[in-house]
Design a binder for this molecule. Structure first.
Ligand code: SF4
Length: 370
């Protein structure tokens, strides 16, 4: 494969086909960093409105370092993998305190910051500072596996060989554009299903196409999500609703939700509600009415969350991690997407204004409401 012809083909394809994405209009390392973190595990179309809102609310690292974690989580609400947002905050504080608010250009320093894994370090250094660094994300891995006809699953184990290949073909200059072009090619042309080989600038170099293996590389991996049934309790008194903060570690840490939890084996939904309310907030369930259910998918499991309006024997107390809030105040709290969806449904049903800032798809329309 002629390296120069390869690079030229890619540059010319990218010049004609690149999407105009907001983070491509800047070389500001802060903005590149935020976009790269948001794009991990999340699609471009989902990220765009989050990114644009984020840059308005936190235009620079200083704004981020000075704000509260709750405000950061609120602006991340719905993107998932909240540890990413917490790491952004921690890194912003370190960068302001130790590096004058400027993102360091040194890979070892960057790697020591929370949330800066090898990919993020390489992405920021390549895209913002034009350092010569190969980048392997899921799109690039797929393109490279097909170009080299590397059989097997798309997994990090393949990256050593892919990085060696990229290191050979990466240009000395404009490697930031080269890297973005390769990712774009994977997203638009060398797609996971039905790669568009006839529109691909690499068709003549591609070993998978030559061997007619483009549809079987990488190998298809069926992921079976575990089904989890859970309940949550809507407790209302004088127009206020009781919510609680999740623990500071673990899944959805520090987000606010209605009390509840997983239904144990052989438990009915009512039994699970009674147990959870006793365990979590120390109150006895007096009566409960089923409202509706929402379905929510995480990477490894699907949650079916059953919502009940509950009357409890005594009024649970307010403190730092438990609050009684008005419907209009939900927007001030970072919420898991499932809770935001429940709130949307509740207030739509009651004919009140929608109170979740980042409204999600209506399960009624998706047929997931039971
Ligand atoms: S020719 Fe087809 S399989 Fe090969 S890199 Fe291009 S789109 Fe992917």
């Amino acid at each position: 494969m002629n390296k120069n012809v390869f690079q030229k083909s890619l540059f010319s394809w990218y010049a004609k086909n690149a999407r105009d994405l907001p983070w491509r209009r800047t070389r500001d390392p802060y903005k590149i960093w935020i976009s790269e973190i948001m794009l991990q595990q999340t699609t471009v179309n989902v990220v765009i409105p989050y990114y644009e809102r984020w840059i308005k609310v936190f235009p620079d690292i200083q704004a981020l370092a000075c704000t509260s974690q709750a405000k950061i989580l609120k602006n991340w609400q719905g993107l998932g993998y909240y540890q990413r947002a917490r790491n952004i905050k921690k890194s912003a504080e370190i960068i302001c305190a130790q590096y004058g608010g400027k993102i360091p250009e040194d890979s070892i320093v960057l790697r020591s910051l929370p949330g800066f894994g090898p990919y993020t370090v390489a992405a920021v250094l390549s895209i913002a500072f034009d350092q010569r660094r190969p980048l392997v994300d899921a799109n690039v891995r797929r393109v490279a596996m097909r170009l080299l006809a590397l059989k097997g699953f798309s997994e990090a184990k393949k990256d050593k060989e892919i990085l060696e290949f990229l290191d050979i073909i990466l240009p000395e200059k404009n490697n930031n554009i080269f890297n973005q072009a390769l990712m774009e090619l994977g997203a638009l042309v060398c797609r996971a299903q039905q790669p568009q080989c006839l529109a691909c600038p690499f068709e003549r170099f591609c070993l998978a196409t030559k061997k007619n293996l483009q549809d079987s590389i990488p190998a298809f991996q069926r992921k079976i999500a575990q089904r989890i049934e859970a309940v949550c309790a809507l407790i209302e008194k004088d127009g206020r609703y009781f919510i609680q903060k999740r623990p500071p570690r673990g899944l959805l840490a520090d987000l606010w939700e209605f009390p509840g939890g997983k239904i144990e084996k052989r438990e009915t939904q009512r039994e699970a509600l009674a147990r959870e309310l006793k365990e979590e907030i120390g109150v006895r369930l007096v009566s409960s009415d089923y409202l509706f259910s929402v379905k929510y998918a995480y990477t490894k499991f699907k949650v079916y969350l059953h919502v009940w309006r509950c009357v409890v024997e005594s009024r649970p107390k307010s403190d730092a991690t438990h609050k009684w809030v008005l419907a209009s105040e939900f927007k001030n709290f970072p919420l898991p997407s499932a809770t935001a969806r429940i709130i949307d449904l509740l207030f739509k049903r009651q004919g009140k204004v929608q109170c979740s800032k980042h409204a999600l798809a209506n399960p009624l329309r998706q047929g997931t409401l039971k």
